[in-house]
Structure formats: structure tokens, C-alpha cells
Design a protein around this ligand. Structure first.
Ligand code: NDP
Length: 400
């Protein structure tokens, strides 16, 4: 901690949905948290407003040109913030000595290097960027352990599991007595949509999540159930449980965020309103508790909590991810890369919704796995899967 017990925080991806929720929680506790650094990709305008509001000493944009614009905007307003730009800028702010906690909230593989930099620097790593864990699981977990970093999950499901585990649980090691992890999934906007209609749904329909307000990539992942697939892999890595001891339950209300079953038959769950500020506040203050601005849970109003099995026939992406988790090595890396390319193509109108899992399946069928020993192994598997996904996407017609 820096100063008089005030926690210095860096937010990577501050202009996104998780980043903004993090600033909302921090704004409620100026006596406990100080924003030391903010970083994003190219949204200079929003980042400048955040820097000015929170009087932030460091700001970074991965896009060098946008960093120049940010610098101009801040100077014209009299701010003395140090602005960094370019591909290494986010890694630099993640490792600053004034930073105690790093919120890793960049979307996709673009967050890998800065997430690893925070772990390597032994920070408290508040991990929202699930893709970095999925693509580089063994490497990231090893870096966390060897650097003595503290890993706190931000995904509401994993944060729920973390809260249901003993306080001394080690990252990547299943605590004794844990039988199963039960991950809940809202099911997304197409839970009741006929399978034949999935080829015609639009990006805006896919992004209209029934319970959560999120960025567009994770919203599409929720709609295909790939988000749950990525979280399945994430759970195995974070909590050291094999895939056969992780189960996915569709839970439409998004009130039970996940559960842990113990060998004596006890099942512990964490409940709350579907609002990311709860897991964010939990991880920011852990092991203490702070207010988050989230409404009290009114169970009488909620009334019913339903649980169902996922339909892997209509949502094959979840099955593909479960298979990658069982295969291990670089298979999750390939899966994540193929998914990112397919989702980007869908959002740009170059692929229909039902083709997203088909592209991923084709990539998985045409690549073989390998070990993940270092960053080069991760980047090689990622690049190969991206190239193959682009190859499979090119000849497809959107409504084929
Ligand atoms: P958003 O799309 O809302 O925000 C993405 C952020 O990442 C922005 O700050 C963006 O900057 C930045 N970014 C994008 N590309 C790059 C890049 N190449 N280099 C550096 N920064 C980049 O995403 P979300 O907040 O929804 O999600 C962030 C992460 O958190 C994802 O991994 C997601 O899976 C995870 N998550 C999100 C939840 C949610 O409720 N939203 C819940 C649980 C997990 P810019 O604005 O400049 O483009």
C-alpha cells in the first residue's frame, strides 16, 4: 500500500464497462483508494475526462497516435499527468511502484502482456480479462505463484466461488474437501430462441443481454455460451479442479452467482443483484468489505430461482470449450483466438451468429495441441489459430 494505508490502483481498460464500474466504486471511497494510473486502447476523450475527474498521475493508451491526442487534451486543461503511449505503455503502468492493485479489464488477448506484467510485479491482480488466463493459463498461474502476486477474480461467477472457498485457499490449488464447482449462466438473450433462427440474429440482438450491461465482445460470448466456456476453463485454472468437477447450470435470474459443493454435502453459494460493482468492490477491498452502491437483494421480489442443464446442441461453443479444457496445453489458446476472430467477424457483419461455433470447431479440428512453456508458445498457438479462423471465415456468406 502507498501513503497512509490508501490503496493505489491502476485500471487497465478504464474506458470499458468493467473499468467504469471500478471507477464508480472507487469514487465512493476516496479515503481508501487512489487512482494512480488509467489505461485503454484509443479512446483519448473518455480517458482524459477520467484522468481529470480523478486527478490521475499516469495515463496510457496502447495506440501511440491517440496517446498524443490525450497529451494535448490534458495539457490544454492544465493537467500534469504523465502520458505514455505505444504497445509497452500498459505494461509500464501495471508495474509502477505506486500501484498496489491492478484491475486487468482490457478485453481479449490484447490484455495478456499487461496482465502478465502486473503478476510479474507481484501486484494484487484483479482479473476481469479472462481471455489472458484462458490463453496463457499455466504461464499466468506460474507467474502469479513465483512473484507472490495475489489473484482476485472479478468475473462474478469466479468471485462467487472465491468467496465460498476457505480464506487460505492457494491460487490454482483445490482446497481439501471441495467436491464440485457449480458455475451459473444466465443463458444469454437466445436461451429460448429456436435453433433455426440463430443464423439470422443481429449483433444488436446478440448484445442485448437480459440481466447484465457489458461490452460487445463479452455480450456476444454470453449469447453463444462461449463466455461460460471460457469461464469453465478459467475455473479449472483458478481453483485447481479438473474439468469433470466443474458443472454449468443455466440460472435465468442471475442471482446465484455460483456455488461450491463440499464432500460432506454442504453447498455454499454467493447471491446478489446482477451488478459488477459487487465483485469489483469485493476484490478492491479484500479481505475487508466496502459499500459498492449495489441495491440490496430483494428475494421476495425475485420469488423463484430456476436451474436447468445447458443445451449443447443449440450452443455448441460451450461443449468446444469443455473439450479444450480437458485437452489442456495450447488447446484453450487456440479456442480463445478462434473465438475472438469469429466474434469480431460477426460484429462487423462478415459472419452469421450460428457460424461462430462452426468456425471455432473447424479451427480446433485443423490444429493440434502443444505445451505452454513460455510466452512464445502462447503467441505461436494464438497466431496459428487466428490465421486459420480468418481462412475459414473468408469464403462464407453471411446467411449461408
Ligand atoms: P469493453 O469492451 O467495455 O471495454 C474494453 C476495454 O479494453 C476498453 O477500455 C478498451 O479501450 C480496452 N481495449 C480494447 N482493445 C485494446 C487494446 N488492443 N489495447 C489496450 N486496450 C484495449 O469490455 P468489458 O469491460 O465488457 O470487458 C473487459 C474484460 O472484462 C473482458 O475480458 C471481459 O470478458 C471481462 N468481463 C467483463 C464483464 C462485464 O460486465 N463487462 C464481466 C466479467 C468479465 P478503448 O475504449 O480505448 O477502446
Amino acid at each position: 500500500m502507498s501513503g497512509r494505508g490508501i490503496i493505489g490502483v491502476a485500471i487497465l481498460g478504464s474506458t470499458g464497462s468493467v473499468g467504469e464500474h471500478t471507477l464508480d466504486v472507487i469514487a465512493r471511497h476516496p479515503d481508501r483508494f487512489r487512482v494512480v494510473a488509467l489505461g485503454a486502447h484509443r479512446n483519448a476523450e473518455k480517458l482524459a475526462a477520467q484522468v481529470l475527474r480523478f486527478d490521475v498521475p499516469y495515463a496510457a493508451l496502447a495506440d501511440g497516435g491517440s496517446a498524443g491526442k490525450l497529451e494535448e487534451q490534458l495539457r490544454s486543461r492544465g493537467a500534469r499527468t504523465r502520458v505514455l503511449g505505444g504497445s509497452d505503455a500498459l505494461e509500464q503502468i501495471a508495474a509502477l511502484p505506486e500501484v498496489d492493485s491492478v484491475m486487468a479489464a482490457i478485453v481479449g488477448a490484447a490484455g495478456l502482456r499487461s496482465t502478465l506484467a502486473a503478476a510479474r510485479a507481484g501486484k494484487r491482480l484483479l482479473l476481469a480479462n479472462k481471455e489472458s488466463l484462458v490463453m496463457a493459463g499455466p504461464l499466468l498461474m506460474q507467474t502469479v505463484r513465483s512473484a507472490g502476486a495475489i489473484l482476485l477474480p472479478i468475473d462474478s461467477e469466479h468471485n462467487a466461488v472465491f468467496q465460498c472457498l476457505p480464506r487460505d485457499a492457494m491460487p490454482g490449488v483445490a482446497p481439501p474437501g471441495v467436491k464440485r464447482i457449480l458455475l451459473t449462466a444466465s443463458g444469454g438473450p437466445f436461451l429460448d430462441t429456436d435453433g433455426t433462427r440463430l443464423a439470422t440474429v443481429t449483433p444488436d440482438e446478440a448484445c442485448a443481454h437480459p440481466n447484465w450491461v457489458m461490452g460487445r465482445k463479452i455480450s456476444v460470448d454470453s449469447a453463444t455460451l462461449m463466455n461460460k466456456g471460457l469461464e469453465f476453463i478459467e475455473a479449472c485454472l483458478l481453483f485447481g479442479v479438473p474439468p469433470e468437477r466443474v458443472e454449468v447450470l443455466i440460472h435465468r435470474e442471475s442471482i446465484v452467482h455460483s456455488l461450491v459443493e463440499y464432500v460432506d454435502g454442504s453447498v455454499l453459494a454467493q447471491l446478489g443483484a446482477p451488478d459488477m460493482r459487487t465483485p469489483i468492490a469485493h476484490a478492491l477491498a479484500w479481505p475487508e468489505r466496502v459499500t459498492s452502491g449495489v441495491q440490496s437483494l430483494d428475494l421476495i421480489k425475485v420469488g423463484t430461482l430456476r436451474f436447468e442443464a445447458p443445451d449443447l446442441r443449440r450452443f455448441p461453443a460451450l461443449g468446444l470449450a469443455q473439450e479444450a479444457a480437458r485437452e489442456g496445453g495450447s488447446r484453450p489458446t487456440s479456442l480463445n483466438a478462434a473465438n475472438e476472430v469469429a466474434v469480431a467477424a460477426f460484429l462487423e457483419g462478415g459472419l452469421n451468429f450460428a457460424q461462430i461455433p462452426s468456425v471455432i470447431e473447424s479451427v480446433m479440428a485443423s490444429t493440434s495441441g502443444g505445451e505452454i512453456r513460455d510466452l512464445d508458445d502462447v503467441l505461436a498457438a494464438d497466431a496459428e489459430a487466428r490465421a486459420r479462423a480468418s481462412f475459414f471465415i473468408r469464403p462464407r456468406a453471411v446467411h449461408a
